[in-house]
Design a protein around this ligand. Structure first.
Ligand code: ADP
Ligand code: MG
Length: 247
């Protein structure tokens, strides 16, 4: 079974068709990189998968459960079931400024109340160690570098034990010297077989870590393939022009 199946996704903002018949599938443990020019609909597509945007048509199915089927949304309980399988990491981290790093990690699991506080605390310590930030457990976001904030955001996403993590330009807001530490954590997740969809301008990461690259332009997936296919043998002039600008 596909981990995620997206078919004919459509979305307009007013007169503008931002997503036009977006169709793709992601398999378990696959890392899919989404590349394309600014304004092509990458964020809207990603946000639609976790119900942060409402689509006008099409389907999103995660491990057999529909978020939306042929434009009709599931009931709120089923929507929650689907969205709880996914974690999201944003360009601007979206940490809670008034909470410490550890509190940022523990907020959502405590709110959901499915696990004992001791277990939540144990896991937050473990995940902070995983992203190399054990020493910052009691720090506030304002006292962290951008790279550290983003590593906290990744650890926070992992707290909910997602089956898939969606990344929306996780390194675009960082100084160049801080992107490496975030990409390294993402690479490690990929090596541990996390299923990931990554919107990125980091072509090196896409080439090295992704199993599949999708090029989005003007609200559609113009082409997709292995990194090798897409980077060395793009089929469309628009893909070639984009790659010439960014490579
Ligand atoms: P990308 O992430 O590829 O840069 P986006 O998904 O952010 O693209 O945006 C795609 C298009 O949708 C752009 O033309 C953008 O201006 C428009 N758009 C995005 N969000 C909104 C919104 N909330 N209201 C109106 N237009 C929007
Ligand atoms: Mg975007």
């Amino acid at each position: 079974m596909d981990m995620i199946q997206v078919s004919n996704l459509k979305k307009s903002f007013g007169q503008v068709d931002v997503l036009k018949k977006i169709t793709f599938a992601v398999q378990k443990s696959e890392v899919v990189a989404v590349i394309g020019p600014s304004g092509s609909g990458k964020s809207t597509m990603l946000r639609s998968l976790v119900d942060l945007e409402h689509v006008d048509g099409g389907s999103v199915c995660v491990q057999g459960d529909y978020l939306v089927k042929d434009g009709t949304y599931a009931n709120s309980k089923d929507i929650k079931k689907v969205t709880s399988k996914m974690g999201m990491v944003f360009q601007h981290f979206n940490l809670f400024p008034h909470l410490t790093v550890k509190e940022n990690l523990e907020l959502a699991p405590k709110y959901v109340k499915k696990e004992a506080a001791a277990e939540i605390s144990r896991r937050s310590s473990e995940l902070l160690e995983k992203v190399g930030l054990s020493a910052k457990a009691d720090a506030y976001p304002a006292n962290l570098s951008g790279g550290q904030k983003q590593r906290v955001a990744i650890a926070r996403a992992l707290m909910m034990r997602p089956d898939i993590i969606l990344f929306d330009e996780p390194t675009s807001a960082l100084d160049p010297e801080l992107t490496g530490e975030v990409l390294q954590v993402m690479k490690q997740l990929a090596e541990e077989h996390m299923t990931m969809i990554v919107v990125t301008h980091e072509m090196g990461f896409a080439r090295e870590v992704a199993n599949k690259v999708m090029f989005m332009d003007n609200g559609e997936i113009l082409e997709s393939g292995t990194p090798e296919q897409l980077f060395t043998n793009p089929q469309f002039e628009r893909t070639k022009a984009f790659l010439n600008r960014v490579l």
